[in-house]
Design a protein around this ligand. Structure first.
Ligand code: NAD
Length: 477
Protein backbone atom coordinates (compact mmCIF):
# COMPACT_ATOMS: atom_id res chain seq x y z
CA UNK A 1 0.00 0.00 0.00
CA UNK A 2 1.21 3.52 -0.80
CA UNK A 3 2.30 5.33 2.38
CA UNK A 4 0.33 8.41 3.32
CA UNK A 5 2.70 11.24 2.32
CA UNK A 6 4.08 13.99 4.51
CA UNK A 7 2.09 17.17 3.97
CA UNK A 8 3.13 20.65 3.01
CA UNK A 9 2.01 23.93 1.53
CA UNK A 10 3.01 24.59 -2.07
CA UNK A 11 3.98 28.24 -2.39
CA UNK A 12 5.92 29.57 -5.37
CA UNK A 13 6.88 25.98 -6.18
CA UNK A 14 8.39 25.46 -2.69
CA UNK A 15 7.15 22.72 -0.40
CA UNK A 16 6.74 24.29 3.04
CA UNK A 17 6.32 21.77 5.85
CA UNK A 18 5.17 21.81 9.43
CA UNK A 19 8.34 23.44 10.89
CA UNK A 20 7.35 26.54 12.84
CA UNK A 21 3.74 26.36 11.65
CA UNK A 22 0.51 25.45 13.40
CA UNK A 23 -0.68 22.01 12.40
CA UNK A 24 -3.92 20.04 12.04
CA UNK A 25 -4.28 16.29 12.23
CA UNK A 26 -5.55 14.32 9.25
CA UNK A 27 -7.76 11.36 10.24
CA UNK A 28 -8.49 8.09 8.43
CA UNK A 29 -12.31 7.99 8.53
CA UNK A 30 -12.39 4.18 8.52
CA UNK A 31 -10.15 3.76 11.58
CA UNK A 32 -10.09 7.24 13.21
CA UNK A 33 -6.28 6.91 13.24
CA UNK A 34 -4.20 10.08 12.80
CA UNK A 35 -2.41 9.62 9.48
CA UNK A 36 -0.84 13.02 8.90
CA UNK A 37 -0.03 16.45 10.23
CA UNK A 38 -0.97 19.33 8.01
CA UNK A 39 0.86 22.67 8.18
CA UNK A 40 -1.35 25.76 8.33
CA UNK A 41 -0.28 28.81 6.33
CA UNK A 42 0.69 31.86 8.38
CA UNK A 43 -0.30 35.37 7.26
CA UNK A 44 3.23 35.75 5.90
CA UNK A 45 2.84 32.50 3.91
CA UNK A 46 -0.39 33.81 2.42
CA UNK A 47 1.18 37.15 1.52
CA UNK A 48 4.02 35.32 -0.20
CA UNK A 49 1.50 33.22 -2.11
CA UNK A 50 -0.32 36.40 -3.19
CA UNK A 51 2.94 37.98 -4.45
CA UNK A 52 3.74 34.81 -6.37
CA UNK A 53 0.20 34.64 -7.76
CA UNK A 54 0.55 38.16 -9.17
CA UNK A 55 3.87 37.21 -10.83
CA UNK A 56 2.60 33.79 -11.87
CA UNK A 57 -0.37 35.39 -13.58
CA UNK A 58 1.86 37.47 -15.83
CA UNK A 59 4.12 34.51 -16.65
CA UNK A 60 1.29 32.09 -17.39
CA UNK A 61 -0.93 34.60 -19.23
CA UNK A 62 2.00 35.36 -21.56
CA UNK A 63 2.75 31.67 -22.18
CA UNK A 64 1.48 30.88 -25.71
CA UNK A 65 -1.80 28.95 -25.74
CA UNK A 66 -0.31 25.93 -27.54
CA UNK A 67 2.41 25.68 -24.88
CA UNK A 68 -0.12 25.96 -22.08
CA UNK A 69 -2.13 23.23 -23.79
CA UNK A 70 0.90 20.93 -24.06
CA UNK A 71 1.73 21.45 -20.37
CA UNK A 72 -1.83 20.70 -19.23
CA UNK A 73 -1.90 17.62 -21.47
CA UNK A 74 1.33 16.43 -19.83
CA UNK A 75 -0.23 17.13 -16.42
CA UNK A 76 -3.17 14.88 -17.31
CA UNK A 77 -0.74 12.17 -18.39
CA UNK A 78 1.15 12.38 -15.07
CA UNK A 79 -2.10 12.15 -13.10
CA UNK A 80 -2.98 8.99 -15.05
CA UNK A 81 0.47 7.50 -14.41
CA UNK A 82 0.14 8.25 -10.69
CA UNK A 83 -3.57 7.34 -10.39
CA UNK A 84 -3.03 4.14 -8.39
CA UNK A 85 -0.97 5.95 -5.75
CA UNK A 86 -3.30 8.95 -5.64
CA UNK A 87 -6.30 6.63 -5.27
CA UNK A 88 -4.77 4.90 -2.25
CA UNK A 89 -3.92 8.20 -0.59
CA UNK A 90 -7.44 9.44 -1.31
CA UNK A 91 -9.11 6.38 0.20
CA UNK A 92 -6.92 6.72 3.26
CA UNK A 93 -7.97 10.30 3.93
CA UNK A 94 -11.56 10.25 2.61
CA UNK A 95 -12.75 6.65 2.93
CA UNK A 96 -14.38 5.82 -0.41
CA UNK A 97 -13.67 2.43 -2.04
CA UNK A 98 -10.29 2.52 -3.74
CA UNK A 99 -11.79 1.66 -7.15
CA UNK A 100 -14.05 4.72 -6.85
CA UNK A 101 -11.04 6.80 -5.81
CA UNK A 102 -9.15 5.66 -8.89
CA UNK A 103 -12.14 6.37 -11.14
CA UNK A 104 -12.38 9.85 -9.68
CA UNK A 105 -8.68 10.47 -10.26
CA UNK A 106 -8.82 9.27 -13.87
CA UNK A 107 -11.83 11.53 -14.39
CA UNK A 108 -9.72 14.39 -13.01
CA UNK A 109 -7.06 13.57 -15.64
CA UNK A 110 -9.71 13.53 -18.39
CA UNK A 111 -10.95 16.92 -17.23
CA UNK A 112 -7.48 18.46 -17.30
CA UNK A 113 -6.96 16.98 -20.77
CA UNK A 114 -10.24 18.51 -21.95
CA UNK A 115 -9.17 21.86 -20.52
CA UNK A 116 -5.84 21.53 -22.36
CA UNK A 117 -7.78 21.52 -25.62
CA UNK A 118 -9.82 24.52 -24.49
CA UNK A 119 -6.61 26.62 -24.21
CA UNK A 120 -6.68 26.70 -28.01
CA UNK A 121 -10.41 27.29 -28.36
CA UNK A 122 -10.68 30.77 -26.90
CA UNK A 123 -11.99 32.95 -29.69
CA UNK A 124 -12.73 36.64 -30.01
CA UNK A 125 -14.84 38.29 -32.73
CA UNK A 126 -14.67 41.19 -35.12
CA UNK A 127 -17.53 43.66 -35.28
CA UNK A 128 -18.49 45.17 -38.64
CA UNK A 129 -17.62 48.89 -38.84
CA UNK A 130 -17.51 51.54 -41.60
CA UNK A 131 -14.23 51.97 -43.53
CA UNK A 132 -11.30 53.17 -41.53
CA UNK A 133 -12.57 51.81 -38.24
CA UNK A 134 -12.47 48.46 -36.52
CA UNK A 135 -13.81 46.92 -33.36
CA UNK A 136 -12.93 43.54 -31.98
CA UNK A 137 -13.78 41.59 -28.86
CA UNK A 138 -10.98 39.71 -27.12
CA UNK A 139 -11.16 37.49 -24.04
CA UNK A 140 -8.52 37.90 -21.35
CA UNK A 141 -7.88 35.80 -18.25
CA UNK A 142 -9.46 37.55 -15.27
CA UNK A 143 -6.36 37.36 -13.03
CA UNK A 144 -5.29 35.36 -9.98
CA UNK A 145 -8.05 33.08 -8.67
CA UNK A 146 -8.64 31.96 -5.05
CA UNK A 147 -10.29 28.54 -5.05
CA UNK A 148 -11.71 26.47 -2.18
CA UNK A 149 -12.41 22.78 -2.71
CA UNK A 150 -14.33 20.42 -0.39
CA UNK A 151 -13.53 16.96 0.91
CA UNK A 152 -16.00 14.75 -0.97
CA UNK A 153 -13.96 14.41 -4.20
CA UNK A 154 -10.43 15.26 -3.05
CA UNK A 155 -8.73 14.84 -6.43
CA UNK A 156 -11.55 15.81 -8.81
CA UNK A 157 -12.64 18.91 -6.90
CA UNK A 158 -9.07 20.24 -6.95
CA UNK A 159 -8.71 19.45 -10.68
CA UNK A 160 -11.95 21.38 -11.26
CA UNK A 161 -10.71 24.31 -9.20
CA UNK A 162 -7.38 24.65 -11.03
CA UNK A 163 -8.30 23.39 -14.54
CA UNK A 164 -10.51 26.27 -15.69
CA UNK A 165 -8.21 29.02 -14.38
CA UNK A 166 -5.06 27.42 -15.80
CA UNK A 167 -6.67 26.87 -19.22
CA UNK A 168 -7.75 30.51 -19.25
CA UNK A 169 -4.23 31.74 -18.39
CA UNK A 170 -4.92 32.66 -14.76
CA UNK A 171 -2.79 31.81 -11.76
CA UNK A 172 -4.61 30.02 -8.96
CA UNK A 173 -4.20 29.60 -5.22
CA UNK A 174 -6.21 26.56 -4.20
CA UNK A 175 -7.16 25.43 -0.72
CA UNK A 176 -8.09 21.76 -0.84
CA UNK A 177 -10.05 20.68 2.20
CA UNK A 178 -7.88 20.33 5.33
CA UNK A 179 -9.46 16.92 6.03
CA UNK A 180 -8.41 15.48 2.64
CA UNK A 181 -5.27 17.38 1.67
CA UNK A 182 -2.92 14.86 0.05
CA UNK A 183 -4.86 13.88 -3.08
CA UNK A 184 -5.33 17.51 -4.08
CA UNK A 185 -1.65 18.23 -3.41
CA UNK A 186 -0.77 15.31 -5.70
CA UNK A 187 -2.95 16.76 -8.49
CA UNK A 188 -1.26 20.17 -8.18
CA UNK A 189 2.19 18.59 -7.99
CA UNK A 190 1.51 16.74 -11.26
CA UNK A 191 0.69 20.05 -12.93
CA UNK A 192 3.90 21.64 -11.63
CA UNK A 193 5.94 18.60 -12.70
CA UNK A 194 4.36 18.98 -16.15
CA UNK A 195 5.63 22.56 -16.42
CA UNK A 196 3.01 24.85 -14.85
CA UNK A 197 5.09 27.55 -13.09
CA UNK A 198 5.10 27.13 -9.31
CA UNK A 199 3.84 30.71 -9.02
CA UNK A 200 0.77 29.88 -11.14
CA UNK A 201 -0.46 26.86 -9.15
CA UNK A 202 -0.16 27.13 -5.37
CA UNK A 203 -1.68 25.23 -2.48
CA UNK A 204 -2.44 26.55 1.01
CA UNK A 205 -4.18 25.15 4.08
CA UNK A 206 -5.32 26.57 7.41
CA UNK A 207 -8.47 27.69 9.18
CA UNK A 208 -10.84 28.04 6.19
CA UNK A 209 -12.41 31.31 7.27
CA UNK A 210 -9.03 32.92 8.01
CA UNK A 211 -7.60 31.82 4.65
CA UNK A 212 -10.59 32.93 2.61
CA UNK A 213 -10.84 36.31 4.37
CA UNK A 214 -7.11 36.92 3.82
CA UNK A 215 -7.10 35.94 0.15
CA UNK A 216 -10.42 37.57 -0.75
CA UNK A 217 -9.36 40.69 1.16
CA UNK A 218 -6.42 41.14 -1.20
CA UNK A 219 -6.72 43.19 -4.39
CA UNK A 220 -4.42 40.65 -6.08
CA UNK A 221 -7.23 38.09 -6.22
CA UNK A 222 -9.68 38.78 -9.02
CA UNK A 223 -11.94 35.75 -8.78
CA UNK A 224 -13.42 33.43 -6.14
CA UNK A 225 -14.26 29.83 -6.94
CA UNK A 226 -15.99 27.82 -4.20
CA UNK A 227 -17.59 24.41 -3.89
CA UNK A 228 -19.38 23.62 -0.63
CA UNK A 229 -22.51 24.33 1.34
CA UNK A 230 -25.00 27.06 0.47
CA UNK A 231 -24.48 28.67 3.90
CA UNK A 232 -20.72 29.05 3.46
CA UNK A 233 -21.26 30.00 -0.20
CA UNK A 234 -23.45 32.95 0.78
CA UNK A 235 -20.81 34.11 3.26
CA UNK A 236 -17.99 33.89 0.70
CA UNK A 237 -20.05 35.48 -2.08
CA UNK A 238 -20.62 38.45 0.25
CA UNK A 239 -16.88 38.72 0.92
CA UNK A 240 -16.13 38.62 -2.82
CA UNK A 241 -18.84 41.19 -3.50
CA UNK A 242 -17.17 43.70 -1.18
CA UNK A 243 -14.39 43.95 -3.76
CA UNK A 244 -16.64 43.16 -6.78
CA UNK A 245 -14.65 40.02 -7.51
CA UNK A 246 -15.99 37.60 -10.09
CA UNK A 247 -17.28 34.35 -8.53
CA UNK A 248 -18.21 30.78 -9.40
CA UNK A 249 -20.29 29.16 -6.67
CA UNK A 250 -21.02 25.42 -6.74
CA UNK A 251 -23.27 24.94 -3.74
CA UNK A 252 -25.64 22.44 -2.22
CA UNK A 253 -28.34 20.36 -3.86
CA UNK A 254 -31.33 18.22 -2.93
CA UNK A 255 -31.69 16.10 -6.08
CA UNK A 256 -35.29 15.18 -6.94
CA UNK A 257 -35.84 11.92 -8.83
CA UNK A 258 -39.20 11.61 -10.61
CA UNK A 259 -40.15 8.01 -11.34
CA UNK A 260 -43.19 7.45 -13.58
CA UNK A 261 -45.27 4.29 -13.84
CA UNK A 262 -44.43 3.70 -17.52
CA UNK A 263 -40.93 2.57 -16.49
CA UNK A 264 -39.59 -0.85 -15.58
CA UNK A 265 -39.14 -0.45 -11.82
CA UNK A 266 -36.22 -2.88 -11.49
CA UNK A 267 -34.34 -1.08 -14.25
CA UNK A 268 -34.68 2.26 -12.46
CA UNK A 269 -33.64 0.71 -9.13
CA UNK A 270 -30.60 -0.97 -10.71
CA UNK A 271 -29.48 2.43 -11.97
CA UNK A 272 -30.44 4.71 -9.10
CA UNK A 273 -29.63 2.73 -5.95
CA UNK A 274 -25.86 2.57 -6.66
CA UNK A 275 -25.98 6.24 -7.75
CA UNK A 276 -27.63 7.18 -4.45
CA UNK A 277 -25.04 5.41 -2.28
CA UNK A 278 -21.94 6.33 -4.34
CA UNK A 279 -19.43 8.07 -2.08
CA UNK A 280 -21.79 7.32 0.85
CA UNK A 281 -24.21 9.86 -0.58
CA UNK A 282 -21.76 12.72 0.01
CA UNK A 283 -22.24 14.13 -3.47
CA UNK A 284 -23.74 17.50 -4.30
CA UNK A 285 -25.63 15.96 -7.26
CA UNK A 286 -26.75 12.91 -5.28
CA UNK A 287 -30.32 11.71 -5.99
CA UNK A 288 -32.12 12.44 -2.72
CA UNK A 289 -35.90 12.89 -2.91
CA UNK A 290 -37.52 10.00 -4.80
CA UNK A 291 -40.83 11.26 -6.14
CA UNK A 292 -42.66 8.13 -7.19
CA UNK A 293 -45.94 7.76 -9.06
CA UNK A 294 -48.75 6.11 -7.12
CA UNK A 295 -49.18 2.78 -8.88
CA UNK A 296 -45.51 1.70 -8.62
CA UNK A 297 -44.85 3.20 -5.21
CA UNK A 298 -44.85 0.04 -3.05
CA UNK A 299 -42.77 -1.95 -5.54
CA UNK A 300 -40.24 0.87 -5.90
CA UNK A 301 -40.00 1.55 -2.15
CA UNK A 302 -39.61 -2.10 -1.14
CA UNK A 303 -37.14 -2.82 -3.96
CA UNK A 304 -35.08 0.18 -2.93
CA UNK A 305 -34.96 -0.90 0.72
CA UNK A 306 -33.98 -4.48 -0.19
CA UNK A 307 -31.14 -3.29 -2.39
CA UNK A 308 -29.94 -0.77 0.25
CA UNK A 309 -29.78 -3.54 2.88
CA UNK A 310 -27.62 -5.66 0.54
CA UNK A 311 -24.91 -3.00 0.15
CA UNK A 312 -21.57 -4.08 1.58
CA UNK A 313 -20.25 -1.33 3.87
CA UNK A 314 -16.63 -1.40 4.99
CA UNK A 315 -13.11 -0.06 4.75
CA UNK A 316 -12.48 1.35 1.28
CA UNK A 317 -9.43 -0.90 0.95
CA UNK A 318 -11.44 -4.13 1.29
CA UNK A 319 -12.18 -5.70 -2.10
CA UNK A 320 -15.84 -6.37 -1.25
CA UNK A 321 -16.64 -2.88 -0.01
CA UNK A 322 -19.31 -1.09 -2.01
CA UNK A 323 -19.68 1.86 0.35
CA UNK A 324 -17.02 3.26 2.68
CA UNK A 325 -17.33 5.31 5.87
CA UNK A 326 -18.55 8.87 5.82
CA UNK A 327 -15.68 11.31 5.43
CA UNK A 328 -15.69 12.91 8.87
CA UNK A 329 -17.27 12.64 12.31
CA UNK A 330 -19.75 15.45 11.57
CA UNK A 331 -21.57 13.52 8.83
CA UNK A 332 -22.94 10.51 10.82
CA UNK A 333 -23.95 12.94 13.58
CA UNK A 334 -25.83 15.10 11.07
CA UNK A 335 -27.55 12.14 9.38
CA UNK A 336 -28.51 10.60 12.70
CA UNK A 337 -30.14 13.85 13.84
CA UNK A 338 -31.99 14.31 10.55
CA UNK A 339 -33.30 10.74 10.56
CA UNK A 340 -34.42 11.07 14.21
CA UNK A 341 -36.29 14.25 13.30
CA UNK A 342 -37.96 12.58 10.29
CA UNK A 343 -38.92 9.55 12.39
CA UNK A 344 -40.41 11.82 15.07
CA UNK A 345 -42.49 13.53 12.41
CA UNK A 346 -43.85 10.20 11.11
CA UNK A 347 -41.42 8.89 8.48
CA UNK A 348 -40.95 5.11 8.20
CA UNK A 349 -37.38 3.83 8.31
CA UNK A 350 -37.24 0.87 5.90
CA UNK A 351 -33.47 0.33 5.89
CA UNK A 352 -30.51 1.55 7.95
CA UNK A 353 -31.20 4.46 10.24
CA UNK A 354 -28.22 3.62 12.42
CA UNK A 355 -24.44 3.72 12.67
CA UNK A 356 -22.37 0.64 11.99
CA UNK A 357 -19.74 -0.49 14.53
CA UNK A 358 -17.97 1.68 17.07
CA UNK A 359 -14.87 2.62 15.13
CA UNK A 360 -14.82 4.80 12.03
CA UNK A 361 -17.57 7.03 10.67
CA UNK A 362 -19.76 4.28 9.23
CA UNK A 363 -23.47 4.73 8.68
CA UNK A 364 -25.84 2.17 7.21
CA UNK A 365 -27.42 2.84 3.78
CA UNK A 366 -30.80 4.22 4.81
CA UNK A 367 -34.21 4.43 3.23
CA UNK A 368 -37.06 6.56 4.58
CA UNK A 369 -40.61 6.37 3.22
CA UNK A 370 -43.70 8.53 3.65
CA UNK A 371 -41.57 11.40 4.88
CA UNK A 372 -43.55 14.55 5.77
CA UNK A 373 -42.34 17.62 3.91
CA UNK A 374 -41.97 19.38 7.26
CA UNK A 375 -39.10 17.06 8.20
CA UNK A 376 -35.73 18.81 8.09
CA UNK A 377 -34.31 16.14 5.79
CA UNK A 378 -36.91 17.04 3.12
CA UNK A 379 -35.64 20.61 3.13
CA UNK A 380 -31.92 20.59 3.98
CA UNK A 381 -29.25 18.73 2.02
CA UNK A 382 -28.64 15.45 3.92
CA UNK A 383 -25.27 14.81 2.22
CA UNK A 384 -25.21 11.21 3.33
CA UNK A 385 -26.39 7.67 2.54
CA UNK A 386 -30.11 8.25 2.89
CA UNK A 387 -32.92 8.20 0.33
CA UNK A 388 -36.39 9.60 0.94
CA UNK A 389 -39.24 8.00 -1.01
CA UNK A 390 -42.69 9.53 -1.26
CA UNK A 391 -45.85 8.86 -3.31
CA UNK A 392 -47.51 11.32 -5.72
CA UNK A 393 -50.49 10.96 -8.01
CA UNK A 394 -49.29 12.43 -11.29
CA UNK A 395 -46.96 14.65 -13.26
CA UNK A 396 -48.17 18.02 -11.95
CA UNK A 397 -47.80 17.02 -8.28
CA UNK A 398 -44.43 15.39 -8.97
CA UNK A 399 -43.11 18.47 -10.70
CA UNK A 400 -44.37 20.71 -7.92
CA UNK A 401 -42.44 18.64 -5.37
CA UNK A 402 -39.31 18.63 -7.58
CA UNK A 403 -39.30 22.44 -7.71
CA UNK A 404 -40.44 23.02 -4.12
CA UNK A 405 -37.00 23.82 -2.69
CA UNK A 406 -34.59 26.67 -3.27
CA UNK A 407 -31.97 24.16 -4.39
CA UNK A 408 -31.52 23.65 -8.14
CA UNK A 409 -28.43 21.59 -8.88
CA UNK A 410 -29.15 18.13 -10.34
CA UNK A 411 -32.51 16.49 -11.06
CA UNK A 412 -33.39 13.07 -12.45
CA UNK A 413 -36.50 11.72 -14.16
CA UNK A 414 -37.47 8.30 -15.48
CA UNK A 415 -40.24 7.96 -18.03
CA UNK A 416 -40.72 6.29 -21.39
CA UNK A 417 -42.96 9.10 -22.57
CA UNK A 418 -40.88 11.30 -24.86
CA UNK A 419 -43.24 14.27 -24.81
CA UNK A 420 -43.24 14.16 -21.02
CA UNK A 421 -39.41 14.10 -21.00
CA UNK A 422 -39.44 17.28 -23.07
CA UNK A 423 -41.87 18.94 -20.67
CA UNK A 424 -39.79 17.92 -17.66
CA UNK A 425 -36.54 19.11 -19.24
CA UNK A 426 -38.14 22.52 -19.66
CA UNK A 427 -39.98 22.74 -16.34
CA UNK A 428 -37.49 21.32 -13.84
CA UNK A 429 -35.55 24.09 -12.12
CA UNK A 430 -32.00 22.73 -12.06
CA UNK A 431 -28.63 23.32 -13.66
CA UNK A 432 -28.39 19.68 -14.75
CA UNK A 433 -31.19 17.26 -15.64
CA UNK A 434 -30.72 13.53 -16.29
CA UNK A 435 -33.58 11.85 -18.21
CA UNK A 436 -33.48 8.03 -18.10
CA UNK A 437 -29.82 8.54 -17.23
CA UNK A 438 -27.65 8.57 -14.09
CA UNK A 439 -24.78 10.91 -14.96
CA UNK A 440 -25.06 14.67 -14.73
CA UNK A 441 -21.37 15.39 -15.10
CA UNK A 442 -19.17 15.26 -18.21
CA UNK A 443 -15.85 16.97 -18.85
CA UNK A 444 -17.20 18.82 -21.89
CA UNK A 445 -20.48 19.98 -20.33
CA UNK A 446 -21.04 22.83 -17.87
CA UNK A 447 -21.48 21.73 -14.26
CA UNK A 448 -23.33 24.10 -11.96
CA UNK A 449 -26.66 25.04 -10.46
CA UNK A 450 -29.39 27.64 -10.22
CA UNK A 451 -31.16 29.28 -7.26
CA UNK A 452 -29.42 28.45 -3.95
CA UNK A 453 -27.22 25.88 -5.70
CA UNK A 454 -25.08 28.72 -6.96
CA UNK A 455 -24.01 30.44 -10.14
CA UNK A 456 -21.33 30.10 -12.77
CA UNK A 457 -20.12 26.82 -14.23
CA UNK A 458 -17.15 24.54 -14.10
CA UNK A 459 -16.17 22.05 -16.80
CA UNK A 460 -16.94 22.45 -20.48
CA UNK A 461 -16.12 25.57 -22.45
CA UNK A 462 -18.09 27.52 -19.85
CA UNK A 463 -15.58 26.50 -17.17
CA UNK A 464 -12.83 28.37 -19.00
CA UNK A 465 -14.95 31.35 -20.00
CA UNK A 466 -15.91 31.74 -16.32
CA UNK A 467 -12.25 32.69 -15.74
CA UNK A 468 -12.09 35.24 -18.57
CA UNK A 469 -13.31 38.78 -19.13
CA UNK A 470 -14.15 40.39 -22.47
CA UNK A 471 -12.30 43.44 -23.73
CA UNK A 472 -13.54 45.38 -26.74
CA UNK A 473 -10.96 47.29 -28.78
CA UNK A 474 -12.42 50.12 -30.89
CA UNK A 475 -9.85 51.41 -33.36
CA UNK A 476 -9.50 53.94 -36.14
CA UNK A 477 -7.16 52.27 -38.60
P1 NAD B 1 -19.02 23.42 5.92
O1 NAD B 1 -20.27 23.88 5.31
O2 NAD B 1 -18.44 24.27 6.99
O3 NAD B 1 -17.87 23.23 4.82
C1 NAD B 1 -18.09 22.91 3.49
C2 NAD B 1 -16.78 23.20 2.75
O4 NAD B 1 -16.51 24.59 2.80
C3 NAD B 1 -15.55 22.55 3.40
O5 NAD B 1 -14.69 22.13 2.36
C4 NAD B 1 -14.91 23.66 4.20
O6 NAD B 1 -13.51 23.53 4.32
C5 NAD B 1 -15.23 24.87 3.37
N1 NAD B 1 -15.36 26.09 4.12
C6 NAD B 1 -16.10 26.29 5.25
N2 NAD B 1 -16.01 27.56 5.64
C7 NAD B 1 -15.21 28.19 4.75
C8 NAD B 1 -14.73 29.51 4.62
N3 NAD B 1 -15.11 30.47 5.47
N4 NAD B 1 -13.89 29.80 3.60
C9 NAD B 1 -13.52 28.86 2.72
N5 NAD B 1 -13.95 27.59 2.78
C10 NAD B 1 -14.79 27.26 3.78
O7 NAD B 1 -19.21 22.02 6.59
P2 NAD B 1 -18.88 20.53 6.24
O8 NAD B 1 -19.24 19.80 7.45
O9 NAD B 1 -17.50 20.35 5.72
O10 NAD B 1 -19.89 20.17 5.08
C11 NAD B 1 -21.26 20.27 5.40
C12 NAD B 1 -22.08 20.57 4.24
O11 NAD B 1 -21.37 21.16 3.17
C13 NAD B 1 -22.68 19.32 3.65
O12 NAD B 1 -23.83 18.95 4.32
C14 NAD B 1 -22.98 19.74 2.25
O13 NAD B 1 -24.23 20.39 2.24
C15 NAD B 1 -21.94 20.77 1.94
N6 NAD B 1 -20.86 20.25 1.05
C16 NAD B 1 -21.09 20.37 -0.26
C17 NAD B 1 -20.16 19.91 -1.14
C18 NAD B 1 -20.39 20.01 -2.61
O14 NAD B 1 -19.80 19.28 -3.37
N7 NAD B 1 -21.23 20.96 -3.05
C19 NAD B 1 -19.00 19.31 -0.67
C20 NAD B 1 -18.78 19.21 0.71
C21 NAD B 1 -19.73 19.72 1.57
Amino acid sequence: MTDYPSLHLLIGGDKLGTDGRETRDVIDPATEEVIGHLPCASKEDLDRALDHAAKGFRIWRDTPADKRAAILRKGAELIRERADDIAQILTREQGKPVAEAKGETLYAANLIEFYAGECQRIYGRTLVRPDGQSARVEYEPVGPVAAFAPWNFPSLNVARKIGGPLAAGCSVIVKPDEETPAAGLAICQAMIDAGVPGEACQVVFGVPDDISRHLLGSPVIKKLSFTGSTAVGKHLAALAAQDLKKATMELGGHGPVLVFDDMDVDHVLDKMVPTKFRNAGQVCVSPTRFIVQDSIYEQFRDGFAARAKAIEVGNGFDQDTQMGPMANARRPDAIEAMIADARDKGAKVLAGGERIGNQGFFYAPSVLADVPVEAEIMNEEPFGPVAMINRYDGEAAMLEEANRLQYGLAAYAWTNDKARRQRLAREIEAGMVALNHTAVSAVDAPFGGVKWSGYGSEDGHEGVMACMVPKTIHETL
